[in-house]
Design a protein around this ligand. Structure first.
Ligand SMILES: Nc1ncnc2c1ncn2[C@@H]1O[C@H](COP(=O)(O)OP(=O)(O)OP(=O)(O)O)[C@@H](O)[C@H]1O
Length: 350
C-alpha cells in the first residue's frame, strides 16, 4: 500500500510554546484520516507541517517526496482561513482555479459535487458561510487531487450540507483519493474517518479506527441522571420524590448495587445494558431521587478523548494565544492561492 503521508517526530515551537511535540504519523493512500482535538491542540500546525507551509524539525513526506517538491497537481489543500476574491461568483471562482491546471475537472461537475449548482452565479460575498466553505472545498477538487487536506472543511455548513460533504469525501476515498481532515466534531470524525488521530497539546495521544478506539478506551454503556438540586413542589406533588443532596442521592443509589459516579449535579450509573434501563428507573423512584431527566449513553469518541487525554474535546481547550511569531511562512499560509505561472498549477491553499 502506497503511503500518502508520513510524518516522523515532527516538532514545531512558537517561541517557548510547543505546538507540535514529536508527532509521528502515516496515512495510506485511499484512507480517510481525521485529526481531532480542541482549540490549540495543534491540528492546523500539523496540517501546515504536512503540507510544507511551516518550518519544522523532523521529517515529512507526501507520496514519498518532500511537500516542497511533490507535484502540486496531486494535492488539494483547504486551509482553515481561506478568503478568495469576493467579487467573483462561485462558478467563476471554481473556473478560475480550474483554469490553472492543464487537465482540470469539469467546473459544473465540481459545483454539483459541493452542492452549489443552484447558487453558482451568486457572488462569493453574498453566499452564506456554509456556501462559502463549500465553494472553497470545490476549489480544492478542480485538479482531481490524489491527496485532499482539509482543515475544518465543515465549519459553518448546516447538517444537511455536512452530510452531503461527508458523502462526497467518502465517494472520493472510494475512488482512491486520500483525505486528511481536521475537526472538533467527534461525531463527524466517527462517521467519516477510517482512522482518527487524537491530538492533545501537540502530541498524538492515540491513533486507530473509531471503533477500535471506542472499544479500547470508551468505557461502558451508562445512564446519566440530571438531578433536581432545588426542592421542587411539582416533583414532590407528582411523585412524592424529594430532592436529596447529590451526594445523598449517589449513596442511596449505590446501596441498590449500581456503580454510581457523582459528577457535579449528574449521577452517572455505569455498566447499564439497554434492557436494564427500566430497572434503573424503578430504583431511582424507589430511592426517592428527584431528577429532571436521564439519558442512556453508549461510549463514543468524546469519551475516548477524555479517557486518553484527560481533557474534554468539546470544552474548547486552551485559548489560542496571540501570535508572537513573525515567521514569513506563517503569514503566507493564510494567504489565498496565487497562480503559479511557471507550473501552470495552483496551490489552492498553500
Ligand atoms: N503563528 C503562531 N504564533 C504563535 N503561536 C501559535 C501560532 N500558530 C499556532 N500557535 C500556537 O500553537 C498551538 C497550536 O495551534 P493550532 O492552531 O495548531 O491548534 P488547532 O488545534 O488547529 O486549534 P483550532 O482548533 O483553534 O484551529 C496553540 O497553542 C497556538 O496558540
Amino acid at each position: 500500500m502506497e503511503r500518502a503521508l508520513v510524518a516522523e517526530d515532527v516538532r514545531r515551537e512558537y517561541g517557548d510554546r510547543v505546538a507540535l511535540d514529536g508527532v509521528s504519523l502515516s496515512v495510506d493512500a485511499g484512507e480517510v484520516f481525521a485529526l481531532v482535538g480542541p482549540n490549540g491542540a495543534g491540528k492546523t500546525t500539523l496540517v501546515r507541517a504536512l503540507t510544507g507551509t511551516t518550518d519544522i524539525d523532523g521529517e515529512v513526506s507526501v507520496f514519498g517526496e518532500s511537500p516542497a517538491t511533490v507535484a502540486k497537481s496531486r494535492l488539494g489543500v483547504l486551509p482553515q482561513e481561506f478568503t478568495p476574491p469576493e467579487r467573483l461568483s462561485a462558478r467563476e471562482l471554481v473556473a478560475y482555479y480550474a483554469g490553472l491546471y492543464d487537465d482540470p475537472r469539469d467546473v459544473e461537475n465540481v459545483l454539483a459535487d459541493v452542492g452549489l449548482a443552484d447558487t453558482a452565479d451568486t457572488h462569493y460575498e453574498n453566499l452564506s458561510g456554509g456556501q462559502r466553505r463549500r465553494t472553497c472545498v470545490g476549489a480544492t477538487l478542480v485538479n482531481d487531487p490524489d491527496l485532499l487536506v482539509l482543515d475544518e472543511p465543515t465549519t459553518g455548513i448546516d447538517p444537511a450540507g455536512r452530510r452531503d460533504l461527508r458523502r462526497l469525501l467518502a465517494d472520493l476515498a472510494d475512488g482512491g483519493t486520500t483525505v486528511l481532515l481536521t475537526t472538533h466534531d467527534m461525531t463527524e470524525a466517527e462517521r467519516l474517518a477510517d482512522r482518527v488521530g487524537l491530538l492533545a497539546d501537540g502530541r498524538l495521544a492515540a491513533v486507530d479506527s473509531p471503533a477500535a478506539l471506542v472499544a479500547e478506551h470508551g468505557g461502558e454503556n451508562r445512564i446519566v441522571v440530571d438531578l433536581v438540586t432545588e426542592p421542587s413542589e411539582d416533583v414532590a406533588a407528582t411523585s412524592g420524590a424529594t430532592a436529596p443532596s447529590p451526594a445523598a442521592a449517589a449513596d442511596a443509589l449505590d446501596e441498590t448495587g449500581h456503580r454510581v459516579e457523582l459528577r457535579d449535579t449528574e449521577l452517572v450509573i455505569h455498566g447499564i445494558a439497554a434492557e436494564e434501563i427500566g430497572s434503573v428507573v424503578d430504583d431511582l423512584e424507589d430511592t426517592g431521587i428527584a431528577y429532571d431527566g436521564l439519558e442512556w449513553r453508549q461510549p463514543d469518541l468524546e469519551d475516548v478523548y477524555l479517557a486518553v487525554t484527560g481533557q474534554a474535546v468539546t470544552g474548547g481547550g486552551e485559548p489560542i494565544a496571540e501570535s508572537t511569531d513573525t515567521d514569513s511562512d506563517d503569514t503566507e499560509a493564510e494567504t489565498p492561492a496565487k497562480p503559479s505561472a511557471s507550473e501552470g498549477e495552483t496551490e489552492v491553499a498553500q
